[in-house]
Write a protein that binds this ligand. Structure first.
Ligand code: HEM
Length: 359
């Protein structure tokens, strides 16, 4: 190109379409027995990897915004927008399985054996997303006594280890724990709310116990479930709360409860949307795990996977075990109806509203 001449960008150059379209190399072609559906299998996986890249790109900015000592007010909006974008992508990823399921199990068998021992288990970007969101190794299911890391090839493990990010769950915890308003001046949300929840749960237990329409066994089970919920709530106030079954710290949980309860107060609206977006992400990732497990059962029944796990059984178990923001879901056990909510003192309400121009 001559110096100073303007570069005329084309669609193909900009998107590197030629390179992109040279990346599909079916193993069945190489083996001399082309299997028609292998192209679909490759393209669907590659599309996933591109979307995984976009999710990590969003997480880069979200986590950088969250990393500052006090999250700048003007950044909170784009954190929520980034999380909502991730949620939309995950919904798309669940939907993509429909396309892959147009391949029949018999069509898959035409080339499946050629893939061993490759497996989605080795997707480094998927592992990075899990780790960046907050799925720590010690919480993961093990396969044949080995951790996920131990089962990865050394070069893939090195890529995971090179990612120095703390988790979003950890950042969320620190941010929530700093929430003002939970204790402001004489006001202490902790104590007033504790008393109200304990009273509400005890009332529920009383109602269940007195409900003659329920069979005795059911009453007993319901009462035990309420008692368990009560103990879990009280664990938040115990001095050794760190050993409780909550994943987040007591202060963070308290703040998340506060935000959920008083979500209509102007300053809490955006924090509330942030919590909702994290639950949306957890839910859609779980849906993906379940849909993927079902698809696997449909394709290979209960045979083990090419990556050496039990296949469907392992994948189904991850849907339950690999939840990340599960505490936010469990908080709903302790929400109170508006009529039972302790009233916020006027001084606290005044600090939480937008009162421009008020005298
Ligand atoms: C015919 C379609 C598919 C089959 C039969 C299948 C099968 C499996 C099996 C059996 C596993 C468990 C690990 C193993 O033992 O190999 C697995 C894991 C995995 N697959 Fe697939 N898969 C399919 C499509 C996909 C697609 C389209 C993706 C998208 C990227 C994907 C991503 C993953 C991931 C990320 C894991 C690891 C899950 C975890 O450990 O939590 N799979 N797959």
């Amino acid at each position: 190109m001559m110096a100073g001449a303007a570069r005329r960008l084309s669609y193909g150059d900009y998107l590197q379409v030629d390179r992109l379209l040279s990346c599909q190399a079916p193993e069945s072609d190489r083996a001399g027995a082309p299997a028609h559906d292998e192209m679909l299998f490759i393209i669907v996986h590659q599309a996933y990897e591109l979307w995984f890249r976009q999710i990590l790109h969003e997480l880069d900015r979200i986590q950088a915004d969250f990393a500052s000592e006090t999250v700048a007010d003007e950044n909170l909006g784009r954190i929520v927008a980034g999380l909502s974008r991730i949620h939309e992508i995950l919904k798309l990823l669940v939907g993509q399985l429909d396309v892959l399921e147009t391949m029949t199990p018999a069509g898959f068998l035409d080339f499946r054996d050629l893939l061993t021992p490759a497996s989605g288990f080795q997707s480094v970007q998927f592992r990075l997303i899990e780790a960046r969101l907050g799925l720590h190794d010690e919480r993961r299911l093990r396969i044949e006594e080995q951790s996920m890391r131990e089962r990865l090839a050394p070069e893939d493990r090195a890529k995971l280890d090179a990612d120095g990010h703390v988790s979003l769950l950890g950042q969320l915890d620190a941010w929530l724990a700093r929430t003002p308003f939970v204790a402001l001046g004489d006001y202490n949300f902790r104590e007033s709310y504790r008393a109200a929840v304990v009273a509400a749960l005890r009332r529920d237990a009383g109602q269940v116990g007195a409900d003659a329409s329920l069979p005795e066994e059911q009453r007993r089970q319901d009462a035990a479930a309420i008692e368990k919920a009560l103990l879990r709530f009280e664990a938040l106030f115990a001095p050794d709360a760190a050993s409780s079954s909550w994943r987040m710290s007591p202060r963070a949980i308290e703040a998340a409860l506060f935000i959920s309860l008083y979500r209509d107060m102007p300053v809490l609206q955006l924090p509330f949307r942030l919590l909702q977006a994290l639950m949306d992400i957890d839910e859609s990732l779980t849906l993906w795990r379940l849909r993927h497990a079902l698809m696997v059962e449909r394709m290979i029944g209960i045979r083990p996977g090419t990556g050496g796990s039990s296949g469907h059984g392992y994948l189904k178990a991850t849907a339950e075990k690999h939840r990340i923001f599960i505490d936010l879901f469990h908080l709903s056990t302790y929400l109170l109806a508006r009529r039972d909510l302790p009233t916020l003192p006027d001084a606290v309400r005044a600090r939480m509203g937008f009162s421009y121009g008020a005298a």
